[in-house]
Design a binder for this molecule. Structure first.
Ligand code: SAM
Length: 388
């Protein structure tokens, strides 16, 4: 257990205790060892208790982490330019945001699309957490009530494929992953058990993971001990998104790598990461329900699924290059330098979005199009596609 982390308030602690009780029952029912993806699913999304479902605010300065749109408007304004360049090619294109978090991206994006003259008739939000959805509704209603008539929350993907733009920022990293350990060719799936009055790592026979991990091992050429994870539902999730897009653009932004980098021998402890009150650490068992648990995204898996579904790769870029190609430098040039406070705030925001040690290189943007006649803004050549 990380020793330096701040302790939660009593009401939050009670949520985590209830979550733990639920997990213990599932561990017992599962014969003492619960697959890690089932644990992660519950810890993040269990109704009323999971991290994204319990109504305790995960975003912003008081929360646990800050996403790019939470930093300010620059990210959303750049993204709007990419989205507008796709909408301009479509007749009555709609926009669908996946996993809208606090709703800040929806507000800023709609604002900018309006300024660009590309406001869509419909702005769908597909959000799996009821608590997050309530937060989004409150923010949109409070800040831009005039947009509410365009915004519609969906419980599932539309039955009829849409023409428009489907996008998600930091959603793929929140899909539950399976964990595995490779020891000189011996493979086990890692699960979650209970030992000495705390959650602990246990081993499952791992028949499910055998085929998949042996494929990854051939790419990674691991020697000795190696531990990592993969997302079993990612290909089906991408398939469902591509099926729902008759014409337009699919855009995903997240931290991750192409497969060879993801499973590089030097990344022998995997990519699992937890966030609690702006501390990043690697203990997924710390206060379940009160911390975010994520894993980096295998962008090759996304590309394989999307291209197999007939989508065309528009580009695979670092976030920094994407934002530059969307014109972040022009937006910065428009800043009134006399207003020192605003200037410093926006320069700081731009640095966090673009610098390699911040979000600039770790975050990637991948885009796929279907039946678009021209390219979209944001993808300059050469890009990172050779790393997929
Ligand atoms: C890390 S947050 C990112 C929020 C926001 N996009 C941002 O950039 O600030 C992940 C969000 O995705 C939602 N989510 C996770 N899995 C989802 C899924 N399969 N479909 C829709 N939303 C999902 C979560 O409830 C949460 O709102």
């Amino acid at each position: 257990m990380p020793s330096c982390l701040p302790l939660p308030a009593a009401d939050a602690r009670a949520v985590s205790d209830a979550m733990l009780e639920k997990l213990l029952k599932r561990i017992e029912k599962g014969g003492g060892c619960l697959p890690f993806d089932s644990f992660m699913e519950a810890a993040l999304y269990e109704p009323g208790l999971g991290y994204y479902s319990n109504g305790l605010m995960p975003f912003g300065q008081q929360g646990d982490f800050v996403t790019a749109p939470e930093l300010g408007e620059l990210f959303s304004r750049c993204l709007a330019r990419c989205i507008a360049s796709a909408l301009e090619q479509l007749e009555q294109g709609v926009v669908m945001e996946l996993g809208a978090g606090s709703g800040v991206l929806a507000v800023d994006l709609l604002d900018e699309l309006e300024k660009l003259g590309s406001l869509p008739e419909r702005y769908y939000i597909l959000e799996r957490s009821a608590a997050m959805r309530a937060l989004q509704e409150r923010r949109l209603n409070g800040q831009r009530p005039e947009f509410m008539q365009r915004v519609e929350w969906l419980n599932s993907l539309p039955e009829e494929p849409i023409s428009g733009v489907v996008f998600g920022n930091e959603v793929a990293d929140a899909l539950p992953v399976k964990r595995f350990r490779w020891h000189s060719g011996q493979l086990s799936e890692l699960g979650v058990g209970w030992q000495n009055t705390r959650l602990s790592v246990c081993e499952l026979r791992g028949d499910d993971v055998q085929k998949r991990v042996r494929q990854l091992a051939r790419i990674g050429h691991w020697e000795g001990d190696y531990q990592s994870e993969y997302c079993p539902t990612l290909p089906a999730w991408i398939n469902s998104l591509t099926d729902s897009l008759a014409q337009g653009l699919l855009l995903l932004i997240d931290y991750g790598y192409g497969r060879a980098e993801y499973y590089h021998p030097q990344r022998s402890m995997g990519t699992l990461m937890c966030h609690y009150r702006h501390h990043a650490h690697d203990d997924p068992f710390w206060l379940p329900g009160l911390q975010d648990i994520t894993a980096f995204v295998d962008f090759t898996a996304i590309a394989e699924a999307a291209t197999a579904a007939g989508m065309q790769l528009e580009g695979f870029s670092s976030q920094a290059r994407f934002l530059v190609a969307c014109g972040i430098d022009q937006l910065m040039a428009e800043i009134d330098t006399v207003n020192t406070r605003q200037f410093l705030q926006l320069s700081n925001e731009a640095k966090r979005l673009i610098l390699p040690g911040e979000m600039g290189e770790r975050f990637k943007v991948i885009g796929f199009s279907r039946k678009l006649l021209q390219g979209v803004k944001g993808f300059a050549t050469p890009d990172l596609r050779s790393r997929l």
